[in-house]
Design a protein around this ligand. Structure first.
Ligand SMILES: [Zn+2]
Length: 187
């Protein structure tokens, strides 16, 4: 299924009317079409399988973990359709010498963030995509994000950062290794 831009345009027009605006006034007349194009871009990840970026891996004798740090992402909170954004850090411990290209982890993050999301689920989806695509002894995904729904409404907490950790396998069991990864991330 592809994104129905006409439907988004109709809906945006209705929202503008519902809040008491005139959708036909000059400044707003192109807004429904603009929002439709933007939603097509920010929700593109719904049409894609993130695992496709992990189909190619190198065979490399390497029995240590790999940490890809500071992957910048932008997503949309599914509760309010407002942005949340920040950084993703991914550690994985290859098994059977299956090592993926570092940019592939960023591509997986990009696909998964371009969906209506929750920060917690985003970390789990990134971790589970990597776990099921390559052989690993464990994956750990740390996300630090600022949520516009916290900044713009209600308690208005500018600068509040939400951190989530999703871990599997060795990163769940080996507390020293887990701590080492967290220390590396903190810099
Ligand atoms: Zn929200």
């Amino acid at each position: 299924m592809s994104i129905d831009k006409n439907k988004i345009e109709t809906a945006v027009r209705m929202i503008l009317e519902a809040v008491g605006e005139n959708p036909d006034r000059e400044g707003l007349s192109d807004t429904p079409a603009r929002v439709a194009r933007m939603y097509e871009e920010v929700f593109r990840g719904l049409q894609e399988d993130p695992a496709k970026h992990l189909q190619v891996y190198f065979s490399e004798e390497y029995d240590q973990y790999v940490l890809v740090q500071d992957i910048v992402f932008h997503s949309m909170c599914e509760h309010h359709l407002l942005p949340f954004f920040g950084k993703v850090h991914v550690a994985y411990y290859p098994a059977n010498n299956e090592v993926v290209g570092l940019s592939k982890i960023a591509r997986v993050t990009d696909v998964i963030s371009r969906r209506p999301q929750l920060q917690e689920r985003m970390g789990k989806q990134i971790g589970d995509t990597i776990s099921s695509a390559i052989n690993s002894k464990g994956v750990m995904v740390v996300i630090e994000a600022e949520h516009m729904c916290m900044v713009m409404r209600g308690i208005k907490k500018t600068g509040a950062v939400t951190k989530t950790i999703y871990s599997t396998g060795i990163f769940k069991e080996d507390l020293a290794m887990r701590q080492e990864v967290l220390n590396l991330i903190k810099g």
